[in-house]
Design a protein around this ligand. Sequence first.
Ligand code: PEP
Ligand code: MN
Length: 334
Amino acid sequence: MIIQLEPQINQEQLARLEKELTRIKYSLNPVKTQYANYLVGVGKTKFDIRSIGTLPGIKDIHRVSDAYKLVSKKWRIDNTVIDLGDGIRIGEGSPAMMVGPCSIESEEQVALTIAHMKKNGIRIMRGGVYKPRSSPYSFRGLGIEGLKMWHEQTREAGIKIITEVMMVDQIEEMYDYVDVFQVGARNSQNFNLLDALGEVDRPVLLKRGISGTIDELLASAEYIFSNGNERIMLCERGIRSYETAYRNTFDINALVMLKEKTHLPVIADPSHGIGVRRFVDKIALASAVAGADGIIMEVHHEPEKAFSDGQQTLSFGQAEKLYQQLKRMEWLQE
Ligand code: PEP
Ligand code: MN
């Protein structure tokens, strides 16, 4: 059960409400976000919703039988729209394109990517400065100095930054330079990190775990929301299956299923989803047809020379062909 409280609820009304929920054996979980105060009740007892809904101090009440509550569409029917400022909105009716390299590598690379983005009207740049790599000997990112350099260039260009945060300790130093924090697949169930991002007033893009189920992804999102941050996007980036012909198995089913289960925007990552450059455009187009609210994709001025994930990275020319196709489908705006 989710109860949205009236902002002006008083102590007496709150006590009465709590007493009523205790009576029907519901646990009480107060949640305070940047937008509202809620009480999330978890329990099994059957009860008449009117007996609680009519109590003073309640703005809205819903029964939510899912294990996840605040991210469920059973409670919030209107899709969440995430406003990044400067007219950039992600969610219903505003599909978002987020492009950039797997890793931020150099000033020149950032400048070339920004020029490509400006030419194509794309305003959110992805890139990693803290890279989770399967081998400790691979390039692991330029770190905070790389982020500052990148931010200096994007700020001038009016472009927003989405980048991965790997540890709780990094949040504070990154905060001023980041518009969206990305939680990578490997950290999808790092509950300490999710808790901490719940306390930060920055949108979060949460990736599905490498072997994560849809319900686990939603439960992870619930961690962020219940700690106070409502601005969450979910990202399908392919899962580990028995198939070895490509890097990951992009689960197109997840896009439609997530759109039904949650009000949060759902973003597709076709680059990691298939991991093979020549097919990334097809998976991106399929994602648009399946109703993705956005696409996050790896591009590079010289993909074969990229420090990481070059095999799945599009050249600027290949990316432009895809943007044209997405515009013809009327998914991307001209
Ligand atoms: C990335 O976006 O470059 C990345 C490491 O993604 P994932 O966490 O999905 O593997
Ligand atoms: Mn990558």
